[in-house]
Design a protein around this ligand. Structure first.
Ligand code: ADE
Length: 223
């Protein structure tokens, strides 16, 4: 898979995605990620990327020209252009799974200021994506979240294939609690059932715990 991120702060994405599992996935050539500055496609003397809104109002709007140039330069046949915006469709585990399995090339366009010129959205964007009902200073932060959630699902990225299957959301439930050594810490003991080696009983207990956790924290998932 190839991923291009278009923003005004490309270092935020480059730095965040260079670490840990996603960093190693890039080194192992399991994914190719390029973070670009939209300003590089601005052609006027001051390399302008934003301007005041028609009709008046607060803030600035990102201009069409550099974004059209950037997307034309980067897009390939069959690629999907995603626009990161709080006004988008909610990004969920199933969205990440769809992109991981169906797409060879993604372009993530990241807004800043009050938004982008609507002609960009109408002409270039396939899907508008929100990572939650809150407003970030910059869509590139949301893009990092989306890229992380997708890339960890790509073949061979996670060491243990089972770890992506059992985790929260993949099963429709939140995760059961986990414990490791020591068996007693500051008087707090690990639940006895986990120490007995009865795998059927442990599975049953974990499922009950996952159900109870989901019921208290996210009853909407059970409905
Ligand atoms: N840009 C600003 N806030 C955002 C959000 N919640 N999701 C996606 N992009 C954003």
């Amino acid at each position: 898979m190839r991923i291009d991120i278009l923003s005004l702060f490309p270092q935020i994405a480059t730095a965040s995605l260079a670490e840990s599992i996603i960093g190693r996935a890039q080194q192992r050539a399991l994914v190719e990620i390029h973070s670009h500055n939209i300003r590089d496609w601005a052609t006027d003397k001051h390399r302008t990327t934003d301007d005041t809104p028609y009709g008046g109002g607060q803030g600035m709007v990102m201009k069409c020209e550099p974004i059209f140039e950037a997307v034309s330069a980067l897009r390939t046949e069959g690629c999907r252009v995603l626009f990161m915006t709080p006004a988008g469709a909610p990004f969920e585990q199933k969205t990440a799974q769809r992109f991981a399995s169906d797409c060879k090339h993604l372009i993530l366009l990241c807004g800043h200021y009050e938004g982008v010129d609507q002609r960009v959205v109408d002409q270039l964007v396939h899907e508008e994506i929100s990572i939650g009902d809150y407003v970030l200073t910059n869509g590139v932060i949301a893009a990092v979240v989306v890229v992380d959630a997708i890339v960890r699902l790509l073949p061979e990225v996670l060491g243990d294939a089972a770890s992506a299957v059992e985790e929260s959301f993949a099963t429709g439930l939140l995760e059961f609690p986990q414990y490791t050594r020591p068996v007693e810490f500051q008087g707090l003991r690990v639940p006895e059932i986990l120490l007995g080696g009865n795998h059927a009983a442990i599975s049953q207990w974990r499922r009950e715990q996952a159900l109870a956790k989901t019921q208290t924290t996210r009853p909407d998932l059970l409905a």
